[in-house]
Design a protein around this ligand. Structure first.
Ligand code: FAD
Length: 365
């Protein structure tokens, strides 16, 4: 079967690996200039800085399983500390397991308490890099190929068109994009069931990573970081990870790497430049920790409308769209559709790869 995968993030790459293994002819279309989507590690000056996700839930079986399949299972590392702090506007207090989530106003299942996350020694980028290496030479991977149209044909073929490219026909297509892109691509074909997905609620995030000389920060940094109580938040600062304490190999021993998480207000992602975010980050951190000097390096990561919100309405929208897609050779995969986060993205992709196998076996195309 000739299969197109739209989106070279984690989910798209997992589907690609599984379908290449099954003998399909696979083409991955990625709109940006890099693979990995929301997994993006930058390694510089001895720091491994996460622009996107920092790790996956420790209970995950799906992530270690695909990591082993592509040769990086042994590179998985565990969180080094469990203690976390809360800032109530006045001082830092050690929190009980689960209290950090309460501070931020969300719930965590009991079996997740105190288990933390896992990552890869050199950062989360290791996973998409290994997935891409596993299919190199066996699949076509096309970067900077934004798909702008999906057309289903009566002959059970699907035609894709990339920006300023000729259309290409496939037996099946997997959309491993965000919900807004899937809605835009499918509305001309499917109508209201696809259009409704465009109404999905998403959240934006900005993170600022700061690298300090270790002795510039007057705190033992003996925890995963701190969360800021809802009523004490300023400038959208919600939390800070002590990255160099939480996970191994994030910074040289002489330095501390701290990552601040902001929920930007409308217009702030595009409206504030890096120096404005740096000023916010150092101002926010100074409320909590005593700092003897300025950071030596900083990294700003902007994620507009990137985080899906899984309320009952979204689950229902995805279910309705998937039933409208039945038999058309178009499938959905990824965190935008089947549960947010890395573990959910991998499980979604594994399920979509199996659905493709059933589709191939049905002989529809
Ligand atoms: C700041 C941040 C922190 C996070 N922290 C965590 C964490 O600690 N733990 C955790 O589990 N999860 C975390 N997440 C979420 C996690 O990273 C994502 O759920 C997961 O990586 C999503 O993978 P995906 O493949 O489904 O989607 P994506 O990574 O969004 O990939 C979709 C891809 O599709 C491409 N694309 C979109 N439209 C088109 C088109 N028309 N044509 C071609 N290509 C297209 C995009 O460029 C992108 O590369 C975090 C996310 C962010 C942003």
């Amino acid at each position: 079967m000739k299969v197109a995968i739209v989106g070279g993030g984690l989910a798209g790459l997992v589907v690609a690996v599984r379908r290449v293994e099954a003998g399909d002819e696979v083409v991955v279309f990625e709109g940006s200039a890099r693979l990995g989507g929301q997994l993006h590690t930058e390694s510089l000056h001895g720091f491994n800085v996460e622009h996107g996700a920092e790790g996956f839930v420790a209970r995950s079986e799906a992530v270690p399983s695909i990591a082993r399949a592509v040769g990086v299972g042994a590179d998985i590392v565990d969180q080094l500390v469990q203690r976390s702090y809360g800032f109530d506007g006045t001082s830092l207090k050690e929190l009980q397991p689960g209290e950090a989530a309460k501070f931020l106003g969300f719930q965590v299942a009991k079996d997740e308490l105190g288990r933390g996350i896992r990552s890869f020694r050199d950062g989360m980028q290791a996973l998409p890099t290994a997935l891409a290496a596993a299919i190199a030479g066996r699949a076509r991977i096309q970067l900077e190929r934004q798909i702008v149209s999906v057309r289903c044909e009566a002959s059970a073929r699907v035609t894709l068109t990339a920006h300023q490219r000729a259309p290409e026909r496939f037996d099946a297509v997997v959309l491993a994009t965000n919900a807004a892109q899937a809605a835009a691509l499918l509305t001309p074909e499917i109508g209201p069931a696809a259009e409704a997905l465009g109404a999905a609620t998403t959240l934006s995030s900005v993170t600022v990573s700061l690298a300090y000389a270790r002795d510039a920060v007057e705190h033992p940094l003996d925890g995963t970081g701190f969360v800021v109580a809802l009523d004490a938040q300023q400038d959208g600062l919600r939390a800070c990870t002590f990255s160099s304490t939480k996970l191994p190999a994030r910074a040289p021993a002489s330095h501390a790497l701290l990552r601040l998480f902001f929920r930007p207000a409308a217009g702030e992602i595009a409206g504030l430049d890096d120096s404005a975010w740096l000023a916010r980050a150092t101002r926010g951190l100074s409320r909590v920790l005593s700092l003897r000097s300025a950071p030596q390096h900083f990294w700003v990561s902007r994620w507009g409308n990137a985080l899906p919100v899984f309320d009952a309405a979204h689950v229902e929208r995805v279910r309705t769209l998937e039933s409208a897609l039945t038999g058309r050779g178009v499938f959905l995969a990824g965190a935008a559709f089947h549960g947010s986060g890395i573990d959910a993205a991998v499980r979604s992709a594994e399920n979509t790869a199996l659905a493709l196998a059933s589709y191939a076996a049905s002989g529809v195309h």
